[in-house]
Design a protein around this ligand. Structure first.
Ligand SMILES: [Zn+2]
Length: 205
């Protein structure tokens, strides 16, 4: 009897999810107003903390950059290029991995230069001068993320760097972690952008 009730609840849940208006976000609705200017992204200097290598996340960060240099450039006609620099002070994009005691898997923070020439956290409508991606490797491991799940996480954060907002419930790299009926996190394994994401990047760039 209990099994039947559970099955019915699941069906109801699935039905209600598809009938609730979780519309895909397109164009300006899918993008922050601010962000990097396109010419910065075409010559984008990055630096990786040694912790990216220590925690074996270098394949994932490399994949995300290649997705922009190959898939995105080919599909929308952009000219994004990443260049590795040896000093964090010279980098527009910096990557860190650590055991952050927070409940996120990845985090992107934008910065701008203020009137005193200091880097301060930017708002999402500002022009950005720098960004930081932090990866919470311990939580990724503890919650059982696969390599494909980690690819998705890093590409998702890199999507934020290019001003893409969350696109919940959509077929999008920018969807967020969902929760199963049993309360477990549901991860995705996008290793490149979907057509919806490409259309949204094309709208901006
Ligand atoms: Zn996000």
């Amino acid at each position: 009897m209990k099994k039947i009730v559970v099955t019915l609840s699941l069906l109801t849940a699935l039905t209600s999810i598809s009938s609730i208006a979780y519309a895909d976000l397109h164009g300006r609705d899918a993008l922050w107003l601010g962000g990097f200017s396109e010419n910065v992204l075409e010559d984008f200097d990055y630096w990786e903390s040694s912790t990216i290598d220590t925690y074996n996340l270098d394949d994932e960060t490399a994949n995300a950059r290649l997705v922009f240099e190959n898939q995105v450039n080919n599909e929308i006609g952009s000219d994004f290029n990443f260049w590795r620099v040896n000093s964090s002070g010279d980098a527009e994009l910096r990557y860190y991995a650590n055991d952050y005691t927070d409940d996120w898997y990845g985090l992107m923070t934008p910065y701008k230069i203020n009137s005193s020439d200091n880097y301060v956290e930017a708002q999402f409508g500002d022009q950005w001068d720098r960004a930081k991606i932090q990866l919470n490797y311990e939580l990724m491991d503890n919650d059982g993320m696969t390599a494909a799940n980690r690819d998705w996480t890093v590409l998702h954060e890199t999507g934020h760097v290019f001003s893409l907002k969350h696109n919940p419930e959509a077929d999008s790299v920018m969807r967020t972690v969902e929760t199963s009926f049993w309360g477990n996190p549901i991860f995705f394994d996008y290793d490149e952008f979907t057509q919806l994401d490409l259309d949204n990047l094309d709208y901006r760039y």
